[in-house]
Design a protein around this ligand. Sequence first.
Ligand SMILES: [Ca+2]
Ligand SMILES: [Ca+2]
Length: 245
Amino acid sequence: MLVTGMMGLASLCVPVARGQPAASTSVIPDRVPEYTIHRAAAPLAIDGKLDEPAWFAAPSVGEFVFPWWKAGRKEQTCAKLLWDEEYLYLAFLCEDAHITARHTERDGKIPEDDCVELMFAPDADHPRVYFNIEFNVLGGIIDNFRPHGPDKARAPKWDADGVKIAGTYAGTLNDESDTDRYWQVEVAIPWRNFTGHAKAIPPRAATVMRLNLNRSGGGPIPNTVSGLQVARPSPRSTLRIVSDV
Ligand SMILES: [Ca+2]
Ligand SMILES: [Ca+2]
């Protein structure tokens, strides 16, 4: 869906760096951010528009870092999360001068597209047991489960049930001749997919989980990989559940 006149990154996440060239190639220290995830007062319409008051009110996870940067634009990502009794909600708004998206088949070649990634450990005490879900702006999804950690084989097959994804963008897809502005995705993942792998499903207030978020991909002018954590791949960043409706 092509949209015009929508909010940009700066209005959803303030302040934010905008396509800044790198000032330095010095090593970025590792960090393990903490994020407080608030409960949505009303169900969100998963339409790719991040115009619900809950999205504006939710804090951003903070600017993504670029520890793997070598050249090109540093395009920022604004990510937010919310929750309710049924869903974990995610929103990503991605600055992107050249948006690439072609794949919609389940477990397809989403990483060849501009994409975002959730690495999610529902039990904070077992961060090496995690789910890995990637999305593109067309609603494409690839999802996997690593029950034994990042250095062991993933589960042969794991498909999250009932995931809702919608994307919108400002620009053109798969056309490098012009300059795009941004793309965004809105996602709802049913908590029931994580039953048996968390201390409580749905989570209770004060539940702690772990996550990491990444962004990559994108055709002939690819986006540098960026993310919430410097070290990958286990999700170590803290997700604190708050019930504050
Ligand atoms: Ca919406
Ligand atoms: Ca791109």
